[in-house]
Design a protein around this ligand. Structure first.
Ligand code: 13P
Ligand code: SF4
Length: 332
């Protein structure tokens, strides 16, 4: 697919404003609008495309992103892109994945500090030790890992295909890292014995079953959609469990008026614009890493072509194998 044809450089500002006006005060909007115009001009000038994760703020999501999606969609679209520059508005592992699947492109991330508690919970050395401890047991890495970790594993997965990836291995026992909650959820869905790593998402682990029970008792018709990085007792209470894009798709398919997204707070802000008929009960746990990306930093990123993601070719080629195996499997 030709991603250049997807560059939304000429999206009228009033259309963006319509989508964000309930969230962005007017005085703030005037500043954002200037940045949005500048970013869209720079994108055209440099032949750049912006890929943004569903957790980016509404000004980025609706204003400057050419492609939005979950981790799987961003990896798929990065691979297909024929743009000269890919600006990844998300966290570092997502930018690394984009570089690995499309190595000839310049991949930029507007802030190098945009990390992830899961990615920093495990090292390549830890994976090598697991391999020694459990010889012959296949290792699945969630994409929320560094390139060095991906280079040591058999296959990657995202929350959109973890079940399908584990099932594809045809093994009774699988090492799944680093998210213990996603691993437990996969074990329940597949019946496969999963050896877990003790990693968690610092955002999703904050949601509690008590909080959900309280929301449900206050709003008995509330329909809840949760990300599988939440704890098992939270997922047990949710009406739907899925990746960020899985939740967005499901929202359009179910006829529910009052909903709550048990995930990072910008998701709700972003999708509210598509569902003016629904009432969103807001749950707010914010990812500080995703929020490091701002319009101002995107302007600088495009102007100075910073910060370029670089991975040594030996690591990248091994990590590529694990990612490509996952991409062949696609979405669950
Ligand atoms: P998705 O792959 O569902 O977009 O999730 C990525 C992530 O970091 C969730 O916290
Ligand atoms: Fe990582 Fe959690 Fe932030 Fe997703 S929400 S990027 S898993 S810290």
């Amino acid at each position: 697919m030709d991603i250049k044809s997807h560059i939304k450089s000429d999206i009228p500002l009033y259309e963006v404003y319509e989508k964000v006006k309930s969230l962005v005060p007017l005085e703030e909007w005037f500043i954002s609008a200037e940045y949005i115009e500048e970013i869209n001009r720079l994108k055209r000038e440099k032949g750049a495309v912006i890929l943004a994760h569903n957790y980016q703020t509404p000004d980025i999501f609706h204003g400057v992103a050419d492609i939005v999606g979950d981790s799987l969609a961003l990896a798929q679209k990065a691979k297909e892109s024929d743009a000269d520059i890919i600006v990844l508005c998300g966290v570092h592992f997502m930018a690394e994945t984009a570089k690995i699947v499309n190595p000839s492109k310049k991949v930029l991330i507007p802030d190098l500090e945009a990390g992830c508690s899961l990615a920093s919970s495990i090292t390549a050395q830890d994976v090598r030790k697991l391999r020694e401890k459990y010889p012959g047991v296949p290792i699945v890495a969630y994409v929320n890992t560094t390139a060095e970790v991906k280079a040591e594993v058999d296959i990657c997965c995202t929350s959109a295909n973890a079940v399908k990836v584990v099932e594809s291995l045809g093994s009774d026992r699988v090492i799944f890292l680093p998210d213990k909650y996603l691993g437990k959820w996969v074990a329940r869905q597949t019946g496969v014995e999963i050896i877990l790593w003790d990693g968690t998402c610092e955002v999703h682990e904050k949601f509690t079953a008590e909080e959900l029970k309280c929301m449900k008792s206050q709003f008995p018709d509330l329909y809840t959609l949760a990300h599988p990085e939440c704890a098992p007792e939270v997922l047990e209470l949710a009406d739907f469990v899925g990746s960020t894009s899985g939740m967005i798709r499901h929202l359009s398919q179910v006829n529910k008026r009052r909903v709550a997204l048990i995930t990072e707070c910008s998701m709700g802000d972003n999708v509210m614009a598509y569902h003016p008929d629904k009432e969103f009960i807001r749950t707010c746990n914010m990812c500080p890493h995703m929020k490091k990306i701002t319009l101002q930093k995107i302007v600088l990123s495009l102007k100075k072509e910073q910060f370029e993601v670089k991975i040594d070719e030996n690591t990248a080629s091994k990590a590529r194998e694990a990612i490509e195996r996952m991409l062949k499997i696609g979405r669950s």
